[in-house]
Design a protein around this ligand. Structure first.
Ligand SMILES: [Zn+2]
Length: 199
């Protein structure tokens, strides 16, 4: 006999797919939701629907956004000659939180990881090169995670940016190896950005 009725176990399975959420937490979520009034559940399902319906991607920086171009790309006060390349949108949010950076961004959509099928054509590298060639960019900051995949992405990008003769920098060391930009504190990240090194 199944442990829970099907509607319950179905939802537990869905929550279980979320990063960092195990079966116990999934169960807690479901039993919490079961106790909520129907209006609360309807509101939650509406919020979930909106996630895909109301979110688009900025065609310039590839960041998730409510409008295209996004609010950063359309902000006239930002320095359009500098592009900070990050793996994911949440890394961009971490750098924005430092309040230190006034240039634009480019979101690759991940790190290179050929073993898991993440090859260069799966990332927004073509789009980055087009921006570098067409927008008079003067500096590219490679703000990738200090781990194996981040390092291979930096190596790959440095190689393909080299012929374009563009100043390419990377975040200063000081971010612990194997860590994730998303979880770096603002001071460490802000120092890494200020002390960036040319490659
Ligand atoms: Zn944008």
């Amino acid at each position: 006999m199944p442990k829970f009725p099907e509607p319950i176990s179905n939802l537990i399975n869905e929550f279980n797919k979320l990063p960092g959420i195990g079966p116990k937490t999934s169960e807690r979520f479901v039993f919490y939701l079961l106790k909520q009034p129907k209006e609360e559940i309807s509101r939650l399902s509406q919020v979930l629907e909106n996630l895909k319906d109301k979110i688009t991607y900025c065609s310039a920086c590839q960041n998730i956004s409510e409008k295209n171009p996004c609010y950063i790309c359309s902000d006239q006060r930002r320095d359009k000659k500098v592009i900070c390349v990050v793996a994911e949108s949440h890394d961009m949010a971490s750098i924005e939180n430092t309040g230190e950076y006034k240039g634009l961004y480019h979101v690759l959509g991940g790190d290179l990881n050929p073993l898991e099928g993440i090859t260069p054509d799966r990332l927004k590298i073509k789009e980055l090169l087009a921006r570098v060639k067409n927008d008079g960019v003067k500096e590219i900051i490679l703000a990738l995670n200090p781990d194996l995949e981040g390092e291979s992405t930096i190596l790959y990008l440095t190689k393909i940016l080299k012929p374009l003769n563009i100043k390419t920098t990377r975040l200063a060391r000081g971010l612990p190896m194997g860590s994730d930009l998303e979880y770096a504190d603002e001071v460490t990240l802000s120092n890494a950005l200020k002390g960036r090194l040319e490659i």
